[in-house]
Each structure stands twice: as structure tokens, then as C-alpha cells.
Design a protein around this ligand. Structure first.
Ligand code: GLC
Length: 745
């Protein structure tokens, strides 16, 4: 019966393919009829080139595999010359099936933009789409067809190094970013040579790893999945993403890479995904240590049967599928279905018409790191920065102020472009030192400390030990004493965040904290410029340092962008998309939490709280200051009640009551006060980024519809339930004006 159902499903899906594009379908089926089983299996084999290695190990003879028709896709290879050389090899095979070239173009290709967690703080979806578009222009000119991006893993634990690659803790915002990125990479027609096939990852739930420890266990209810973690992947599918990458973790006790419910029943049958699924790096092999299969033979069968089409670097499909087929553990349909999907992607990219897709050095030279692209990188970086504190308007810096620049990240080109910067050339990155010198002429500078004094960590991260911190600190203090204001560039090395870089303590490394305190003790006003890939614990810094600017890893133009903001050429407007905890003990901490049965009551011992720290984060989701001051007044709802077909109009008056023109991200949250499943105390449902000149006042309006009120009810139906709702509008998730309304049946 099951086989009959599968055949029926396959027949239907082939019919659907035929209806969608008869010519494409005819081409692919005709080609497949000519392919041997070895050539078919070759199309499911993705191997890394030796230009860059992004995982535990690499196979040496990938070129021979290409020539033998045993490899259908290569990743970590780029430049027109190199991809042409490898494509030439594919053109020597019997059927001349072109290779697919993939790469981690995560936040830019050669022009590197801020890390995604930084870019998310712009709250500018058009800019997020624009940077993906520029990345696609540059990467496709460099011979690439496919990017392993966007990463949309919702995360509530900043100990995890990969929060750097995502959009933070909010599901609704993650949905918006997922759609913008797929549009940016894929455009409207993948056969256009300046587009990239996108790959939404890591499917699914990777951001929920226990204890923030990379590759660790994930375990959550279906409701939690559907409500908080799955929507961004689904949004990417609905936006037409061409591929999906499996995550390393288990889902419901079965690794995603072998999880039929996830990869077929949910992704394809429920969501209608039509592209192909690629594993993460050797994820099929890793189902053995996961303890779900005994060997690669079983792993290959489980993955293919689950609906996984392409094997990244594991060579399990390459070595096991033929035997599995002979042993009738898998069927020819199982293989054909996967091969069809891969060939369909190649067809959509136009590779059968032009295997080189117009990649040539002249086009690359024209497009890559163009002045326009670099200017865009500078503007996006400026908008990604978050002003966390600015006492007595220490910022923006006034002309004529004698400045000292201190810190191990003041002149750190490699760190400026952050982790997952793939083809980015850090030698092209502007540092803060370079930018300040270019603006001020000379400037007193001292590194002041090692990034860390943990020799073992320095070795692990391949960071040179620049000398004894005490001497460096002494030199820095002397430098500070000669200045009016000290800019301190501190934070993490790019290797302290990203993949396989979880940290159990997410404060500034001790060597840098000692430097900060030594400079603070000189009594000179300090501007702390942070460069880091995650929220940090900054209680001491927040209590002692008058100005703090979060710049993440700001990209190729990062130095100039920071200087632009420090001197007020751009008034910072970034808002964090991940809560900054006061200490690691508060983690996981996120704004859209439940109320619990004993919400905090400071006057009642028996309520939910800690003995030693507040429940509140140091900086809440949506938080970010400006050089000016925005006030919110006069929250108005145009109705007390709405019916499902009606809209509620919410308006608020925002005024720029300060001394600088500036942008503000006006945020709208809702709360479903009582429902069949308890709901968070707040959930972001919209935002407006507005520019107000100083003294200007504007009414900002939002329309709330029943769709904004839906959730997965106790029967897992996605519905809105009648009842009382609250609405909040404000400058972040904490400082809000509140209103209420009811949804009527
Ligand atoms: C890595 C990452 C994944 C990346 C892939 C290819 O292990 O988990 O995000 O796309 O391998 O580099």
C-alpha cells in the first residue's frame, strides 16, 4: 500500500513538473533516460574544492570524481578562471552535465557587509535585500551559482557562536528577513546570470541547541517548533527558495538529515517545497555518532528515504547508493526523484545553455568591490551600529577634541569582516585606526592588550600573542592621559564567534577588561566601541563607561562607518534583535517570554525571580539609542473591538525632541491576554523606520488585522481566538505605550 502511495505521489509530482514547464520536464526526463546509475548518483554528490575548507575533513581527488561523472556539484571554489577549469572537466564527461558551484556567501562575497546579526539591527528590509543582491552580482560574476544562505535559525542563547549568522530571537522579524534575502539572491528569474540559487538553513531548529553549545541536542514540542522556530524557513520556501540545507541536530530524537517527517511530510507535503535538499557538511555520516544508524550503508538509505537529495562532502551517496539499490533497500524512484530535483535547479540556472553562465574576469573586475558596492557596505554598516549608551552626549565627538585610540580591535583588519566572510579579502578592510587617521591626520594609538591572555585560546584561534599585557596596558594608560577623550576598541576576535565557537562566559576577555578598567581609572572620558559576534554581558561597562557603541563585525568599510558615526556624519539608529543578558545565568533570555503563573512581584517572595540579578536583560530586544531624543505620545486605537474581517488602526505621535535629525524604528507589539494556549507577554508584529528632523513630529499608523493575532491553538490549528488583546508601541520592547482592544467572534 505504502509503495503504491509513493508511486502515486511520484507520478503526481512528475505530472506537476510537466505542467509547470513542459520543455524543462522533457529535457530533464530525456537526459535522465540516457544516464547510467553511476551518473545519476554522481549528481547527488557535492564535494569541496581545496580553495577553502569549511568542515572537518576534505576528499583529495575531487577533480577525478568530476572527470568520472561522479560529482555533480562543487563548493568552496570561485573565480571565473578556477570555476571554468573545473567546468571544463565536467564538459569532458559523457553527457556533459554542468557542475553546480556553491559557496557560503553569507554577508557579501568580496564586498563584505556587517555580519547578519549586525545587519539585522538596521531594521531596513530593503537594505537587507540590497546587500544580498550585491552579493549575488559579485558571486555570480566570480563563477558561483549557489549560496548557502540565508541562515534563519531563531536563537535565544548568545553563548552559541552562530547567532552571528542569524537575525536574533524574533520569529516575525526572522520571517521578514528570510523573504528579503531570498528575493535579493534569486531575483525573479534564476536564468539571469547575475542571480544566485539561495539555500535556507539550517533546517531545522539549529538555533535551539541546549546550553548554546554548537552541534548539541535540540528538543522541543511541536508547538514550540511551529510557533517560534519554523516560520522563517517556511517563509523562505514561500518566497521560492531553491534549496534547503539540513541541520546537524536531531528533531524529535531523529537527526534532521534522516528525518522523514521534517524533510518530506512537513517541507514538501505540508509546505509544498519543490527544490532540492542538501545536507550540511558530512551530516549523513554523522547520523552514526548520533546513534541512529550503525554504518554509512544504513545512513545513506535513511537520508535518501527521508527526502534528502544531495550529500555534502560525506561521499555516502557516492559509495552506498548503488549497493542499496541492488539490495532493494532503496528504489530507482528514490534516486530518480533526487536527481530530477538537482537537474531541475541546474536547468533553471541556465547551466545547460551556458555552463559558464557568463562568468569571466572582465565582468568580475567590473562588478567586484565597485565603488557603488563599497559605498553600500559603508551605509549598511553605519545603520547596523547600536548606540547602547551616551551619557552627557559624549558622542558625537566634537572637532578639535584630542583623541586617543586604544585597543586590540582598533587595527584588526581580519576581525573587521567577521566570521563566514568566505571570499572576503580582509586586506581590503578599513580599520578604525585607518579611518581616524584619514579623518584627523595623526592620532595617538596603542593596542593596549592581547585579545585574550588565554594562551590556549589564542593558539586555538591562531591569534598571535602580541606581547605582555602589563607593558601594553602601561603604554595605553600613558597614551590615554594625553588625550581629552579615549576611544577603546574592544570585543571578540572573529574566531570567537561563528561555527564551533560557543563561549560559556560571554563577557569581554579578562585582558581587555583589565585594559578598560585601567583606562577608566585615568578619569578620561571613554567611548567603548564594541566589535563582537554575539550579545555580550556588559554590566560593569554599562555602569562605568559613558558611551558604548555596538558595531558587531562591520565589514569591509567598517572602520570608515564607525568613524562616520563617532563624528556624527550619521546619527546611529540601530536596534538590537537579540536581548543582551546581564549575566550568563539569565540565559535563555528573550523578550517574547510567557507570563508564568507566578510573574515577578518584588513584594512577594514566591514569584518568578533570581536572588542575585533582575529578570530583565541589560538591553532589551529592539533597544538602541540615537544622538537625538524621540518621544512617544497619544497612542490611539480607532476601535475598541474588531471583528475578524475588520482592521484596527493604531496611531502614535513620535517627536524628535533632541538636537539632531535622526531615524527611529517605531515598533508595534501585541499580546493575546488569554488564549487556549498561553501566549507571550509581547510579540513584534510590525515596525516603521522613520526619519525625523529635529523638532519634527509625525503621526505613525499601523493596521492590525486578524492575521496578526493568529497562533497555533491547542489543536495545532493556526487561528485567532476572540478575546482581549493588548497593543504596545514604542522605541523598544520595554519602553512602550499600551492600549487594549478585543477581537469579537
Ligand atoms: C558548515 C556549516 C554550513 C555551511 C557548510 C558549507 O559546516 O554548518 O552552514 O554552509 O558547512 O560550508
Amino acid at each position: 500500500m505504502k509503495l503504491l502511495a509513493q508511486c502515486a505521489l511520484l507520478f503526481l509530482s512528475l505530472q506537476l513538473h510537466a505542467q509547470q514547464d513542459p520543455q524543462r520536464h522533457r529535457f530533464i526526463t530525456t537526459l535522465m533516460q540516457r544516464m547510467t546509475i553511476g551518473e545519476k548518483i554522481g549528481q547527488l554528490n557535492l564535494l569541496t574544492s581545496d580553495m577553502d575548507v569549511t568542515g572537518p575533513f576534505m576528499k583529495e581527488n575531487y577533480k577525478q570524481d568530476i572527470l568520472n561523472g561522479a560529482c555533480g556539484a562543487i563548493f568552496n571554489a570561485y573565480t571565473p578562471q578556477y570555476t571554468r577549469k573545473l567546468q571544463d572537466m565536467a564538459m569532458q564527461t559523457r553527457l556533459k552535465i554542468p557542475l553546480l558551484f556553491g559557496y557560503d556567501v553569507i554577508h557579501g562575497h568580496k564586498t563584505i557587509f556587517p555580519i547578519p546579526l549586525g545587519e539585522a539591527c538596521t531594521w531596513d528590509l530593503a537594505l537587507l535585500e540590497k546587500s544580498a543582491r550585491i552579493a549575488a552580482e559579485e558571486a555570480s560574476a566570480d563563477g558561483l551559482h549557489w549560496t548557502f544562505s540565508p541562515m534563519v535559525d531563531i536563537a535565544r542563547d548568545p553563548r552559541w557562536g552562530r547567532v552571528a549568522e542569524g537575525v536574533g530571537e524574533d520569529t516575525w522579524y526572522g520571517v521578514q528577513v528570510a523573504k528579503a534575502k531570498v528575493r535579493g539572491y534569486q531575483g525573479t528569474d534564476l536564468s539571469t546570470p547575475n542571480t544566485l540559487l539561495a539555500c535556507v538553513k539550517h533546517f531545522a531548529l539549529y538555533g535551539a541547541i541546549e546550553a548554546g553549545r554548537d552541534y548539541n541536542t535540540v528538543d522541543m514540542s511541536r508547538r514550540q517548533m511551529y510557533q517560534f522556530y519554523l516560520p522563517p524557513y517556511k517563509a523562505a520556501v514561500e518566497a521560492g527558495v531553491g534549496t534547503v540545507m539540513t541541520s546537524f541536530n536531531e528533531v524529535d530524537g531523529i537527526p534532521a538529515t534522516g528525518n522523514h517527517w521534517l524533510m518530506t511530510e512537513l517541507l514538501r507535503e505540508e509546505w509544498g517545497f519543490k527544490g532540492f535538499v542538501v545536507t550540511d557538511y558530512t551530516a549523513i555520516n554523522e547520523m552514526i555518532p548520533h546513534g541512529i544508524v550503525k554504518n554509512e550503508y544504513e545512513a545513506g538509505a535513511l537520508a535518501l528515504k527521508a527526502g534528502v537529495d544531495m550529500d555534502m562532502q560525506g561521499s555516502v551517496y557516492a559509495t552506498q547508493l548503488k549497493k542499496l539499490l541492488d539490495d532493494k533497500k532503496i528504489t530507482l524512484q528514490d534516486i530518480d526523484q533526487a536527481v530530477y530535483r538537482v537537474l531541475e535547479a541546474k536547468y533553471k540556472l541556465g547551466l545547460f545553455k551556458d555552463p559558464y553562465r557568463g562568468a569571466d574576469s572582465a565582468r568580475a573586475k567590473k562588478v567586484i568591490m565597485s565603488t557603488t558596492n563599497l559605498q553600500a557596505a559603508r551605509e549598511i554598516a553605519q545603520r547596523s551600529f547600536v548606540l547602547l549608551k551616551n551619557e552627557q552626549q559624549l558622542l558625537p565627538l566634537r572637532k578639535g577634541t584630542k583623541i586617543a585610540l586604544i585597543g586590540p580591535l582598533a587595527n584588526a583588519q581580519r576581525d573587521m569582516i567577521g566570521n563566514w566572510s568566505a571570499a572576503g579579502d580582509y586586506k581590503q578592510a578599513s580599520t578604525l585606526l585607518e579611518a581616524l587617521k584619514s579623518r584627523l591626520g595623526d592620532i595617538d594609538y596603542a593596542p593596549g592588550a592581547n585579545l585574550s591572555d588565554d594562551r590556549g585560546l589564542l593558539k586555538k584561534l591562531n591569534i598571535t600573542d602580541t606581547g605582555r599585557s602589563e607593558d601594553m596596558r602601561k603604554e595605553a594608560v600613558e597614551t590615554a592621559r594625553k588625550a581629552d577623550v579615549v576611544i577603546l576598541a574592544l570585543g571578540e576576535s572573529q574566531g570567537m564567534s561563528g561555527e564551533a565557537a560557543s563561549r560559556s562566559d560571554i563577557g569581554l576577555p579578562a585582558s581587555q577588561r583589565a585594559l578598560l578598567e585601567a583606562v577608566y581609572n585615568t578619569g578620561k572620558p571613554v567611548v567603548l566601541v564594541l566589535m563582537n559576534g554575539r550579545p555580550l554581558t556588559l554590566e560593569w561597562e554599562d555602569a562605568h563607561i559613558p558611551a558604548i557603541l555596538e558595531t558587531w563585525f562591520p565589514g569591509t568599510q567598517g572602520g570608515y562607518a564607525i568613524a562616520d558615526v563617532l563624528f556624527g556624519d550619521y546619527n546611529p539608529a540601530g536596534k538590537i534583535t537579540m536581548s543582551f543578558p546581564r549575566n550568563t545565568g539569565q540565559i535563555p533570555i528573550y523578550y517574547n517570554h510567557k507570563n508564568t503563573g507566578r510573574p515577578l512581584d518584588p513584594n512577594n517572595k514566591y514569584t518568578s525571580k533570581y536572588l542575585d540579578v533582575s529578570n530583565e536583560p541589560l538591553y532589551p530586544f529592539g533597544y538602541g539609542l540615537s544622538y537625538t531624543k524621540f518621544t512617544y505620545n497619544n497612542l490611539q486605537l480607532d476601535k475598541k473591538n474588531i471583528r475578524p474581517q475588520e482592521k484596527l488602526r493604531v496611531s502614535v505621535t513620535v517627536e524628535n525632541a533632541g538636537d539632531y535629525d535622526g531615524e527611529e524604528v517605531v515598533q508595534l507589539y501585541i499580546q493575546d491576554v488569554t488564549a487556549s494556549v498561553n501566549r507571550p507577554v509581547k510579540e513584534l508584529r510590525n515596525f516603521r523606520k522613520i526619519m525625523l528632523k529635529k523638532g519634527e513630529r509625525r503621526e505613525v499608523t499601523f493596521d492590525i488585522s486578524v492575521n496578526d493575532l493568529k497562533f497555533y491553538d491547542k489543536n495545532m490549528k493556526y487561528v485567532a481566538e476572540p478575546g482581549a488583546f493588548k497593543v504596545f508601541v514604542g522605541t523598544n520592547s520595554r519602553d512602550v505605550l499600551e492600549g487594549e482592544f478585543s477581537l469579537l467572534p
